[in-house]
Design a protein. Structure first.
Length: 64
């Protein structure tokens, strides 16, 4: 039998993911180009700094 959750319990990780997905969708809909650049996506997802394996900069999420 599945455990019952209190109706006010919120999954903060899921809510953050939903918020970021919404931001990406809004930015994509408003963009004049066909696709968002990786730099724009990184900006929306608050990613900065750490180099990727391919040598380009990307990284881990900024901490508030």
């Amino acid at each position: 039998m599945p455990a019952h959750r209190h109706p006010t319990v919120q999954d903060q990780v899921a809510l953050t993911e939903i918020d970021l997905t919404g931001e990406l969708m809004i930015a994509a809909a408003a963009a004049s180009e066909d696709r968002l650049s990786t730099d724009r996506i990184d900006e929306l997802l608050h990613v900065a700094g750490v180099p990727r394996r391919d040598g380009s900069d990307r990284g881990v999420p900024d901490t508030p």
